[in-house]
Write a protein that binds this ligand. Structure first.
Ligand code: SF4
Length: 492
């Protein structure tokens, strides 16, 4: 409805806690993960025999109520918040994916994106497995449900056959996946061998939990233990936490955009406070691209911390210049033509009392398509700003993401099409500067030899794995929709 640039595509949560109201706890954890997906949510519980679930389109608060939470009984649960493209497939694609197997219920909550989904779909269908959605998450679930020997004959035997099945999945899945998997008696936390998307573990008096971000643990009163390691499987059961090496870890490639924009500032990733990293990025930006000005403002809320860092380093006052309507979110009501033309006016209002006659630095976290920055600059000028200097706390986004962030097709990325000065003219700013890639990586890691631990492909074009030709230049999801459509046609 309103262009927001880019979106994380999911948040996952899992809990094992006998004697605890796991569905209610999962509900509040999903609330904390709402920023990772705002178009759908779901919870699956299990009592050691049967699963119960509820899923729906909308925000967590719109999907769940006392009536539909009450039947979700059990001592283990997984939950999911989802972002997806709007359309007829929205409901069908909701997660967690839940199926019945010979070994009992199986539910999968997935954050990330596989890059070899087409090949895996084909392999499943050749084995007679029908698929009913376009998601790679359903593919993951069906691979887990099949006998592991179908996918690999060289897997070491485990007493826990689900561990063998997860290893089989990890031996064929390529791409980004952080999973919370529910079976009859256990929750499994699984992270791909590069650790592209975050995943952390926590404990509380009666059990353990796994979540995409640690902010979910603070909400439910759990204590963060550690992150799930790349390539690791962690089983949470009556035996406590048990770690298995799923596949050997590869060179780590945590998505650097989690630090820049995606994660909540009160989360801790790689032992670092996301808030502190963003503040430092603002300071580094001030060192690299200073400008004479009277006030610094941030594009609320995601760029506020970086703007404070910029202001601090420059010795210029930080103030509020834009007020965000926090409740517009992702509405399902299309605005009429008049409102659509107003664009960002629906989402942001300027504060003339602080802007009038001032030379303003507006700090944003990123510029993706470039159709928000221009209207924002215009809003500030209309409110009386004498000059508007735009500073971006990340490098130019020139390449699409195939690993779990909904961004844009390459030709829609403004920095792919234009050099910085053309972008400056396009958005109508007096000056425009970005944080360098070097600066961003130094802030996140601090040490040169550790820099290879991140994916920064949307800035550099260097993907941590080979991206199949047919995905390049197209949003993965669009491709999958096409695969789904053609498959449906063949089978109809
Ligand atoms: S391409 Fe960008 S958004 Fe995607 S995983 Fe890599 S750093 Fe994150």
């Amino acid at each position: 409805v309103i262009e927001t640039g880019l979106r994380e595509e999911c948040g996952v949560f899992g809990i094992y806690a006998p004697g605890h109201d796991v569905s209610r706890t999962t509900f509040f954890a999903l609330y904390a993960l709402q920023h990772r997906g705002q178009e759908g949510a779901g919870i699956v519980t299990c009592n050691g025999a049967q699963a119960a679930f509820h899923k729906g389109v909308g925000l967590v608060s719109q999907v769940f109520n006392e009536d539909n939470l009450r039947p979700l009984k059990g001592h283990l649960a997984v939950g999911h918040t989802r972002y997806s493209t709007t359309g007829s497939n929205t409901e069908r694609n909701l997660q967690p994916v839940v199926i019945e197997t010979l070994a009992g219920p199986l539910a999968v909550a997935h954050n990330g994106n596989l890059v070899n989904t087409s090949a895996l779909r084909k392999a499943l269908m050749e084995r007679g497995v029908g698929l009913s959605t376009s998601t790679d998450s359903e593919v993951i679930t069906q691979i887990l449900a099949a006998p592991p020997s179908v996918w690999s004959s060289e897997l070491p035997h485990e007493d826990d056959s689900w561990v063998t099945s997860i290893r089989a999945l990890m031996s064929v899945a390529e791409g980004a996946y952080s999973l919370a998997v529910l079976t009859r008696n256990a929750i499994y936390a699984v992270r791909d061998p590069r650790g592209v998307r975050p995943l952390s573990l926590a404990e509380f008096e009666t059990g353990w939990a796994v979540a995409s971000e640690t902010c979910a643990f603070s909400t439910i009163g759990a204590r963060t233990i550690r992150e799930v390691e790349p390539g690791e499987i962690v089983r949470i059961s009556k035996h406590g936490l048990t770690s298995f090496q799923g596949v050997p870890a590869k060179r780590k490639a945590l998505c650097i955009f989690e630090h820049v924009y995606l994660a909540r500032p009160d989360s801790v990733i790689e032992g670092k406070s996301v808030h502190a990293v963003r503040h430092e990025m603002g300071q580094r930006l001030a060192e690299e691209a200073p400008v004479e000005a009277d006030i610094v403002i941030g594009v609320p809320d995601s760029a506020t911390v970086a703007a404070k860092g910029y202001a601090h380093k420059m010795g210029i006052p930080f103030t509020d210049g834009l007020v965000k309507n926090r409740y517009i979110g992702r509405t399902f009501i299309e605005p009429n033509d008049h409102l659509r033309k107003m664009g960002v006016g629906l989402k942001y209002n300027p504060l003339p009392s602080t802007l009038k006659g001032k030379r303003v630095v507006m700090v944003d976290d990123s510029i993706v398509r470039g159709n928000t920055a221009g209207p924002l600059v215009n809003l500030l000028r209309t409110a009386g700003a004498a000059e508007v200097h735009v500073r971006v706390a990340s490098p130019p986004v020139r390449h699409p993401c195939f690993l779990g962030v909904d961004m844009a097709v390459q030709n829609d990325l403004i920095a792919h099409r234009f050099p910085v000065d053309r972008i400056r003219k396009h958005i109508g700013a007096d000056s425009l500067a970005y944080l360098s890639e070097e600066g961003m990586l130094e802030v996140v890691k601090g040490q040169v030899e550790e820099r290879r631990g991140h994916c920064s492909a949307c800035f550099s074009g260097h993907y941590p794995m080979q991206v199949p030709e047919d995905l390049y230049g197209e949003r993965t999801k669009q491709k999958l929709e096409a695969v789904w459509a053609s498959t449906a046609g063949v089978r109809a």
